[in-house]
Design a protein around this ligand. Structure first.
Ligand code: NAP
Length: 303
């Protein structure tokens, strides 16, 4: 059964309820045939949205994915590409960078998008995000770059990542079209977004936040930290209340249940784990189960 879709914003774009994250793809050392199989597997499950950034894999992941799109151009119209820009890494692949820093200038955004389009073998991006809030951002200039890319039909929608509400508001105030998402670290192990106003802002604006590291970057499964140990016990107990469910499915269902319409970005490249994760969209947690997991995460009863 295919997983559902949702709109990031009432005006679009339509994305899948779970997104596939490409950050770790370079570590998997997959030949092109296996990369194609992975993309086909995701599409078969209904995972049609793919999350990239220019810097992933030390600037190589967009190219690894793009080579697959070049091999099978019919794929492009069946999937949505989200990518990011604004971080400059010191890397042999960018010899001109002398210090790790942020760059949200018009020139850098335009150049970064041109490169992403080339690497991904496409002539448009579905969504472009500014990867991190930039303390040196000139909001007028960043907005000009967005407007120019939209007019040139190189990017359809825009958003941000790791922005606090006031940072989001500043950039939004310079645009005459909406920012459609804020990609945030959200998981049973990382609750900041529930208290720092970011999720409240998403509900207020009716935009769907994307959740990065939705399984704590894998720490949920192996960390000896007391929070992770408590969570494993609780998630496993709740999983038993859903016939044959697994710990990862419950952790994802916990995000999916939230009224802000959180969209988890899966980080695994393992076929069986992707398939298992997709079943989380069919699990509906009750409010009591949701708070049992919240309490396991914080270690204390709500006040
Ligand atoms: P994650 O799903 O929280 O973590 C993935 C890790 O968990 C992998 O090492 C994976 O190992 C392991 N894992 C997943 N399912 C498992 C299971 N059932 N049992 C045991 N281990 C399991 O996600 P993430 O990779 O940290 O992040 C997901 C995506 O978020 C990235 O790909 C990227 O697109 C995005 N991201 C964005 C930002 C940002 O600043 N905007 C930052 C970080 C990440 P295996 O591969 O061996 O399964």
């Amino acid at each position: 059964m295919s997983i559902p879709q949702l709109a990031f914003h009432p005006d679009g774009p339509i994305c899948s309820r779970l997104v596939f994250g490409v950050w770790r793809m370079a570590d998997w050392h997959l030949p092109i045939h296996d990369r194609l199989t992975l993309i086909h597997d995701c599409l078969e499950l209904g995972i049609t949205t793919f999350d990239h950034a220019d810097i992933y894999g030390d600037y190589t992941c967009e190219g690894l994915f793009g080579a697959a799109l070049k091999d099978d151009p019919s794929l492009r119209s069946r999937l949505q590409i989200v990518t990011k820009c604004g971080i400059k890494l010191v890397s042999p692949n960018r010899p001109s960078h002398t210090i790790k820093h942020y760059d949200t200038s018009r020139a850098h955004i335009l150049a970064s998008v041109e490169r992403s389009l080339q690497e991904l073998h496409t002539d448009y991006l579905d969504v472009l995000l500014i990867h991190r809030p930039d303390p040196f951002m000139d909001a007028d200039e960043t907005a000009e770059a967005f407007t120019q890319l939209r007019q040139a039909e190189k990017v359809r929608y825009f958003g941000v990542s790791n922005f606090l509400p006031h940072q989001f508001d500043l950039l939004a105030s310079r645009l005459d079209f909406p920012l459609v998402t804020n990609q945030l670290e959200i998981s049973v192990m990382h609750l900041d977004a529930f208290a720092d106003g970011t999720l409240d802002q998403c509900q207020q604006l009716r935009i769907a936040p994307m959740a990065w590291s939705p399984l704590g970057g894998g720490r949920l499964f192996k960390s000896d930290d007391p929070q992770a140990v408590r969570l494993r016990g609780t998630l496993t107990a709740i999983a038993q209340q859903f016939d044959g469910a697994t710990l990862d499915q419950i952790a994802l269902a916990w995000l999916l249940a939230h009224p802000a319409h959180i969209v988890p970005i899966l980080g695994t490249g393992n076929r069986d784990r992707i398939r298992s994760a997709s079943a989380a969209t069919r699990i509906n947690l009750s409010r009591e189960q949701w708070f049992t997991i919240w309490t396991a995460s914080t270690g204390i009863d709500v006040p």
